[in-house]
Design a binder for this molecule. Structure first.
Ligand SMILES: *Cc1c(COP(=O)(O)O)cnc(C)c1O
Length: 670
């Protein structure tokens, strides 16, 4: 493997150590070059370690909660220590899921060792990090009991000079003080945060709104940057040859350029179809040989093994489905009504087949049962030539499937699929997506570049949901997909289909790729965060100290902040383009009026309680009245219907409104 041991300057093995109760864990590091990017892997399997510390990096999903927290300590704290030993001080630290988030505590420790207070150290670490949450499902959002957390971090509290409660608070749910959430730690300690599709970000804002008590959901600081795939990695030779010829070779370097993809229309139908048919044939050959090996490995009889050469049909409409078998992805939904799917698959005139692949998490018994169910169905005499399940799913299997299938099926339980990426891999190859409107497909689907399953409705009854959506799968297959695929010209080319392939490539190719994604991360997250970090780090972190003192004083004085009175000049009959003047008398206690932003929050009034589609207007300080400040703002009427406003006050630092947990006050009047 292209892998080398990381060494000290004197040539000896570089070893980092991590303190845990009554023990030290040691780790060495391996460096892999992924293109131009060094990737470091930590390894605890060294002689210096105790017997159980050796096993920490042995298995990803092994062991109990104690093992898991030690793995995350090695990853986070060990990772930060390794970078320190290598003298790497990243301008931006990008945490993907919360698993490595203990690095934040380790970084805080460094700054405190250099004389900063806990609050100032927190401030600077926060300015240095961005965080991406990748899934709403619990497995991605690690939680440790506070007892387990304190077992490893109590000594750190002493070192930090803060109470256990204060440290726990960094990862605590506002209404559940028993657990420490890695996602919350990461959200609270980063400069920017995002979900991996537009829909997923709304789900994430919903899930984590409680951290920012009283902040409207829309303003919860989690934005979206939708995932993408590396086009060059996933495209087949057949299709990339066509692109070279008809798009020009710049598509490889500039896949996010829309104008390049518009040239897809110039690829002749016959050529794109020939290229695709070739891929389907390759997929069928590959599936047969994998199936043979798999049957041999599993001790099948010779007769059954020989049958492997006869499964599938290189000319049949091929449905691909490959991904992890997490239960929310509903791998066996298409078999819900067995008679109906059999009828579809065994039609002699319009042959259809399904090739599936995937693995379940070793502890996910539901996921494993779904795989067992599919494997047993694939042995049904009616289905054994029509349904193939490939074991040992990996990127190689994925390549064949996303290049050779005709349609790519994806039926997660909305909205649990944060993004999904295999459909993007399929799309660049002209494979048409047939998916629930979840994750990326919500943004990708445009009405003519594939199909959607079900509606966006979530029924309380899961069984009913499965029933409705499986029926939709059958109906669309029978009425749209199969007829379109088998409507052939005299030259046996399905022109309706190739048309759709091109629509799909043209619409999805330029958007759902890593070039567009990285550009977005760079512009929205990396550059602003690098600047923020530089700002707080300069002059020996003086700006971080100053800001943390400021926040502390705001927190301790915030309780006193209140609206004393408000007034406006609303008359009975208001017309579009009329302007309302709103005044508010606000008591700020010891807080300076420069340190707050008083705002008019206006929009449609739903139920006399809440405002939808809000807009925010700024109120300016106009006078002082004894201990109170008078703020005034204008509100332009630009909507008909039942509109209203309410007022609020938030802290403001150096002219910038601060979204900080618990620092927002509203006046309850709409
Ligand atoms: C792309 C890919 C995945 C992810 O697929 P999703 O659609 O995001 O579930 C998983 N495993 C392998 C091997 C892949 O290539």
């Amino acid at each position: 493997m292209p892998l080398e041991l990381v060494k000290n300057e004197d040539g000896s093995e570089l070893i980092i150590d991590i303190d845990v109760p009554n023990q030290k864990i040691y780790a060495r590091a391996w460096k892999i070059k992924v293109g131009r990017i060094p990737l470091y892997l930590l390894d605890t399997n060294i002689d210096k370690n105790s017997k159980d510390a050796k096993t920490i990096t042995g298995q990803l999903y092994g062991g109990d909660r104690d093992m898991r927290i030690r793995q995350e300590i090695v990853l986070g704290i060990g990772g930060a220590k390794l970078l320190k030993a290598l003298k790497i001080d990243p301008d931006v630290i990008h945490i993907n899921e919360g698993h490595s988030a203990f690095l934040l505590l380790e970084k805080i420790r460094y700054y405190m060792d250099n004389g900063l207070s806990f609050d100032a150290a927190f401030q600077i670490v926060k300015s240095n990090c961005v965080f991406t949450t990748h899934t709403p499902v619990p497995a991605g959002n690690e939680i440790f009991s506070s007892d387990l957390f304190l077992k490893y971090f109590e000594s750190l509290c002493q070192k930090f000079g803060i109470s256990n409660e204060q440290l726990l608070k960094l990862g605590e749910f506002p209404f559940n003080q028993k657990d420490f959430s890695m996602t919350i730690l990461a959200l609270k300690t980063s400069n920017k945060a995002n979900g991996v599709s537009r829909l997923h970000a709304t789900v994430a804002r919903d899930m984590w709104q409680g951290i920012w008590t009283n902040l409207p959901r829309k303003e919860v600081p989690i934005t979206h940057i939708t995932n993408g795939v590396h086009t060059n990695t996933w495209i087949s030779n057949e299709i990339s040859d066509l692109f070279d010829r008809y798009l020009g070779d710049c598509w490889r370097d500039e896949p996010a350029d829309h104008t390049i993809w518009n040239r897809v229309t110039q690829i002749p139908d016959a050529e794109i179809w020939r290229g695709h048919e070739r891929r389907r044939e390759r997929l069928v050959t590959f599936a047969r040989s994998r199936l043979r090996r798999q049957l041999e490995r599993n001790g099948a009889t010779r007769k059954i093994i020989n049958l492997a050469d006869e499964v599938l049909d290189p000319e049949a409409l091929t449905i691909g489905f490959a991904r992890r078998f997490a239960s929310y992805k509903r791998g066996n939904l298409i078999f819900k009504d067995l008679d109906r799917i059999k009828k579809i698959l065994t039609n002699k005139d319009f042959p259809v087949q399904i090739i599936m692949a995937g693995k379940a998490h070793p502890q996910d018994n539901i996921g494993k049962a779904i795989i067992q169910n599919i494997i047993s169905l694939s042995k049904d005499p009616d289905l054994q030539r029509k349904v193939v399940f490939l074991e040992e799913y990996d990127v190689n299997v994925a390549h064949y499937l996303v290049q050779g299938a005709d349609i790519w099926l994806n039926n997660p339980l909305r909205p649990e699929e944060a993004s999904g990426t295999s459909g993007m891999k399929a799309a660049v190859n002209g494979v048409l997506n047939f998916s629930v409107l979840d994750g990326w497909w919500c943004e990708g689907y445009n009405g003519s570049n594939g199909w959607t399953i079900g509606s966006i409705k979530r029924y309380p009854d899961r069984e009913y949901q499965d029933l409705v959506e499986s029926r939709d799968i059958y109906e669309i297959l029978e009425n749209e997909i199969i007829p379109l695929f088998f409507t052939r010209g005299q030259d046996s080319i399905p022109r309706g289909w190739t048309q759709k392939m091109k629509f799909s490539m043209q619409a999805l190719g330029p958007v759902f790729n890593t070039n567009r994604m990285i550009e977005e991360y760079t512009k929205k997250f990396y550059i602003p965060t690098a600047l923020e970090y530089a700002k707080y780090k300069k002059d020996n972190c003086e700006p971080a100290k100053k800001k943390s003192e400021w926040i502390k004083s705001i927190y301790s004085n915030w309780d006193a902040v209140k609206f004393i009175s408000t007034s406006d000049n609303i008359s009975n009959e208001m017309k579009i383009s009329n302007e309302i003047t709103v005044q508010a008398k606000v008591y700020l206690g010891y807080i300076s009026p420069n340190d707050v932003s008083v705002q008019i929050y206006s929009g449609y009034v739903n139920d006399g309680q809440s405002v939808s589609e809000p807009s925010i207007g700024i109120m300016n300080l106009v006078s002082k009245d004894n201990d109170n400040y008078v703020f005034e703002g204008k509100l332009l009427i630009d909507n008909v219907g039942k509109c209203g406003y309410t007022l609020r006050v938030l802290p403001q630092y150096e002219g910038e409104v601060q979204i900080v947990p618990c620092l927002i006050k509203w006046i309850q009047r709409i």
